[in-house]
Ligand binder design. Structure first.
Ligand code: APR
Length: 306
């Protein structure tokens, strides 16, 4: 029978397990104050976040899409990793056979000390900058990429996204009734390599492919041997390929473990298979408790001894 909110049964499985895969989504960073995509907070100035995350939206209005990403960069830079990120990073340090796949682009996994060779950032990073050629039909750029660009605001034209406001006030940028002046394309930085293209956020948009080498490496890792546990953390599991990895990694003895605020909904419980577990609640609260037999107790600042 699948187990619901049964921490001691999970601990028993965890202590017998070697190969562990995690698939993370925006719910993991919710406790750090970053909004999810499909829950409350999924709207940005009356635009669905998912409508702005496309090459077509960027070609139509690069300034608007950049403002959305500049604001997300600002929020991510001002957020701190939570106990869930620290627990996953500690698991990675304790268990070399743990691989974490994350859809999150907020840089909180690396900032929590997650070893880079044990994480695949499926959707890229807000802090990578790439080239996009608006005149190319597919929007392909010249291949230029810059990592770890933490400029905030990203450029002077995007200053409205990095304004600091008092805690009880709304940032004018976020008020849909506050009119936004259109940012001319000429004010978005050009690609320094080809100068035909514009600089764009290094995230994977809808209608774009994920990095093929990264996908091959993930497939090879899954095929290598039985995966004992798949942790599915804070994701609505509707976007592929992330949504398919639990199924791909499942064998007869695998436990798929859902950690999600909505895990107790009947339609979610109905999907569980014999060896599965589900835990309803905040990932930042649950992960330290669930992983404790391997990672121990956190220090006062939330981090773990390595
Ligand atoms: N703890 C655990 N789960 C949570 C928490 C929390 N504190 N808060 C919210 N959740 C759950 C919600 O119940 C929901 O199932 O996290 C999930 C968030 O789902 P989405 O907003 O759809 O985020 P995600 O699954 O990461 O979206 C996938 O879609 O728009 C794209 O590229 C974007 O990477 C993103 C992808």
């Amino acid at each position: 029978m699948p187990k619901y909110n049964d921490i001691s049964a999970f601990h028993e499985k965890l202590t017998r397990s070697k190969r562990i895969l995690a698939v993370c989504g925006a719910g993991l960073s919710a406790a750090s104050g970053l909004p999810t995509f499909r829950g409350a907070g999924g709207l940005w100035r009356n635009h669905r976040a998912t409508d702005l995350a496309t090459p077509t939206a960027f070609v139509k209005d690069p300034g608007l899409v950049w403002l959305f990403y500049a604001y997300r960069r600002h929020m991510a830079l001002n957020a701190t990793p939570n106990a869930g990120h620290f627990a996953l990073a500690a698991l990675a340090r304790k268990n070399g056979k743990f691989l974490c796949l994350s859809q999150n682009v907020d840089n909180l996994h690396p900032r929590a000390g997650h070893p880079s060779e044990q994480i695949k950032l499926l959707h890229g990073s807000l802090f990578d900058i790439k080239c996009i050629d608006l005149n190319d039909e597919d929007g392909e750029g010249c291949g230029w990429i810059q990592h770890d660009n933490f400029d905030d605001p990203f450029c002077p034209a995007l200053a409205a996204a990095a304004e600091d406001v008092e805690p009880d006030k709304t940032l004018p940028l976020l008020d849909p009734d506050h009119e936004l002046a259109k940012i001319p394309v000429s004010e978005i930085p050009k690609c320094p390599q080809c100068s035909n293209g514009l600089q764009r956020p290094g995230v994977v948009w809808f209608d774009e492919s994920l990095d093929g080498n990264m996908l091959d490496a993930i497939d090879a890792w899954i095929k290598q041997d039985v995966v004992d546990i798949v942790l599915v953390i804070g994701t609505s599991a509707v976007v592929y390929p992330a949504a398919g990895y639990a199924g791909q990694a499942r064998s007869g003895s695998t436990s798929v473990v859902t950690i999600n605020l909505e895990a107790e909904l009947p339609q979610n419980l109905a999907k569980l298979k014999k060896n599965d577990f589900a835990f309803a609640g905040d990932a930042a609260v649950l992960l330290p408790k669930l992983l404790e037999p391997v990672i121990g107790q956190p220090r006062k600042d939330g981090t773990y001894c390595s």
